[in-house]
Design a protein around this ligand. Sequence first.
Ligand SMILES: [Zn+2]
Length: 236
Amino acid sequence: MKPELAILVRLQGIDLELHKINEEKSSAPKHLEGLQEHLSSKVAELNELNERITEIQKRKVDVEDEFELENVRFGKSQKKLSSLKTNREYQALQKEINEIKKANTAREDEILAIMEETGSLEEEVKEKMKQVKQYRKEIRAEKKRIKELEARLDAKAAALTEERETVSKDISPDLLSKYNFLKDKRGCVAVAAVTDGICSACNMNIPPQLYNELLRDEKIFTCPSCQRLIYALEVS
Ligand SMILES: [Zn+2]
């Protein structure tokens, strides 16, 4: 292989590693993003539960107040019963008393139902708070993991970039700019080995005449199908 090509192959190795590092870095926060989404939906659910509790507690206070007021009215009416002169008056007041009693029984039922609902809502709140706490813990750990990973990847990338600069110095500017152009256009693979007349990057056949020239290794050729820089790799 021509020495310049050998250097390009090395450069490509560095670039592929850098490419991998970039991909790893950009996909690193994926899991964290998922966790943060879970957390915010749990927090939203928690807020809804707390709002519902506040709402029904307010209703409970109102119903309790009504109950007390009506209870006072109930007592007064009952006292008044004995002082009534006519049967008609008596019956009318008795009817009123029964209605108060009925309404207050309904209020008591409502208060009990609210207490029951509050109890189960509070259980749900407890459960959700546990989940929120768990997600927050996982998020902290995940942030730490990402930070460490990024630091590791950055150090690796810095070393590779330095190596890349050193290696690039040994390649002629023309060939280097051709390489860089192809690298950007061809998914980071600018140099390809040809084995048994087939380009390893695009899997197309190299015309026999070109392949023979390639085997002589006197010049740098490109693949007629994918335009990548090619070299012959003979497998025994
Ligand atoms: Zn090709």
